[in-house]
Design a protein around this ligand. Structure first.
Ligand SMILES: [Zn+2]
Ligand SMILES: [Zn+2]
Length: 150
């Protein structure tokens, strides 16, 4: 669970104006604790607020993503999902057959990050990454890779 006050502090130090709407949306992100789509955040926010619409939520999420307070990830669920960027970076292994999502510590990508930086003189934003494939269970059942899942 993310510390709401710490997240607000990061927004303040990023220079972004902490409007009431952004505060409410960040509160919802903290409460949802994990990945959430704009739709899910909107559902949560609209329980108590009727003046915030889906496009407002989406714009706020994108703005916060651009400041790297949130990260955006495609977990193959046909909509972008957002998550608060924490102290410890993590990524995901997504099984395209059963939808299982496993967590991958950033240390697995650290070497790749370093190589990209060195070889391409490019600073990659490896905040939150999804690798698609098959879990052990599904691999046992044979091939069935769904095209377009990545
Ligand atoms: Zn994640
Ligand atoms: Zn699977």
């Amino acid at each position: 669970m993310h510390d709401f006050e710490a997240v607000l502090q990061r927004v303040r130090s990023s220079g972004l104006r902490l409007t009431r709407q952004r505060r409410i949306i960040l509160r919802a992100m903290c409460d949802l604790d994990g990945h959430a789509s704009a739709e899910e955040v909107y559902q949560r926010v609209s329980r108590s607020r009727s003046d915030v619409d889906l496009s407002t939520v989406y714009r706020a999420l994108v703005r916060l993503r651009d400041l790297r307070i949130l990260s955006q990830i495609d977990l193959g669920r046909s909509c972008a999902e957002f998550e608060i960027v924490g102290e410890r970076r993590h990524h995901h292994l997504v099984c395209v057959s059963c939808g299982t999502v496993m967590e991958l510590d950033h240390s697995y990508l650290a070497a790749l990050e370093e190589a990209v930086r060195h070889d391409f003189d490019f600073d990659p934003a490896f905040d939150h990454f999804a690798l698609f494939g098959h879990c052990a269970e599904c691999a046992k059942r044979g091939p069935g890779f769904r095209a377009g899942a990545g």
